[in-house]
Write a protein that binds this ligand. Structure first.
Ligand SMILES: Nc1ncnc2c1ncn2[C@@H]1O[C@H](COP(=O)(O)OP(=O)(O)OP(=O)(O)O)[C@@H](O)[C@H]1O
Length: 302
């Protein structure tokens, strides 16, 4: 028999008064995936993550984690852990004391030193959390979640407040967890983070899923993109760009063209330019495929 999905949601609806935060969500997340949730403000990301953490209960639908109804797996070793709206921490306690308090609440023996090291907080382990930056709090929240060695880690904007080195560190932690078989579901507004980290993404807009699946599928479905094209001879390149089949000149700024095309048409253009002795010095999407899809898909759902 196949292993159960890490997350299986069918027809999940959640309302707050008149506000429909989630509207019939169907979602599958396979074990060992890092799955990204993205969507405009108010799309329902935090609400969905909160349901996974059993912080709230859906009004309708069925939500299973590793084949069991949500709730059963929470806080058990090897179960579900994470946070939404920032980690809950005791500001008057040190980082180490915070983790010890959590472990005591759960009646667990925990490798506190190990998780502090894993998230890069060993040097400040005995400092009070009151003085921690947002990025340090996020890391401590991650450490608190790691204490239970969860099979499913649920994180709302985990990269919030992290500097580039901190982000790289946290990405490393999440990649190692996933490589070890754990599943991570996280939300982010940073498309570059999601592209660097996630194999699959779900795009939410006003409580509905407008895309879910592998990033590669999103790029393929997205079709034409805008690319910046800089060459060694803009004047000579211009007529070739203008006449290239399947290529539309969307804009031109001094020596940089913005062209809209599918990849095969771009390939043809690059070869044509080279044939005329014109070098391509830059050719890159103006926005990433995920960002382009996000804008296109959420625009029509606003
Ligand atoms: N406890 C609550 N009481 C009332 N309304 C709520 C509550 N929680 C969420 N909502 C509403 O549900 C909708 C979805 O909110 P949610 O926080 O899940 O969105 P989000 O995608 O996480 O947004 P953001 O990117 O701004 O964090 C919003 O309209 C929000 O105002």
């Amino acid at each position: 028999m196949d292993a159960p999905l890490a997350v299986r949601a069918r027809g999940i609806t959640k309302c707050f008064g008149d506000v429909v935060a989630l509207d019939g969500i169907d979602l599958d997340v396979a074990p060992g995936q890092i799955h990204g949730l993205v969507g405009p403000n108010g799309a329902g990301k935090t609400t969905l993550l909160g349901l996974l953490l059993s912080l709230a209960v859906a009004d309708e639908g069925r939500l299973e984690i590793f084949g069991a109804p949500v709730g059963r797996a929470l806080a058990a070793p090897g179960g579900v852990a994470g946070f939404v709206d920032g980690p809950g921490l005791y500001p008057a306690l040190t980082a180490r004391q915070n983790l010890a308090a959590l472990a005591a609440l759960r009646g667990q023996a925990a490798a506190i030193g190990d998780v502090l090291e894993e998230v890069g907080l060993t040097d400040v382990a005995d400092d009070r959390v009151r003085g921690f930056s947002l990025g340090m709090r996020q890391r401590l929240g991650l450490a608190a979640a790691l204490l239970t060695e969860p099979r499913l880690l649920v994180l709302d904007e985990p990269a919030n407040g992290l500097d580039p080195a901190g982000k790289k560190h946290v990405h490393g932690v999440l990649n190692r967890l996933a490589a070890g078989g754990a599943t991570v579901v996280l939300s982010s507004h940073r498309m570059d983070d999601l592209e660097a980290l996630c194999s699959e993404v779900t795009i939410l807009a006003t409580g509905r899923i407008v895309f879910t699946g592998p990033l590669a599928k999103l790029s393929a479905e997205n079709g034409e993109l805008d690319y910046r094209l800089r060459t060694s001879d803009p004047a000579a390149a211009r007529p070739l760009v203008a006449d290239a089949p399947g290529v539309r000149l969307a804009d031109r700024d001094d020596d940089v063209f913005v062209v809209r095309a599918l990849v095969p048409a771009l390939d043809e253009l690059v070869l044509r330019l080279a044939k005329d002795g014109i070098a391509v010095r830059e050719l890159a999407p103006v926005v990433s495929p995920l960002e382009a899809a996000f804008l296109a898909l959420t625009e029509v759902n606003r």
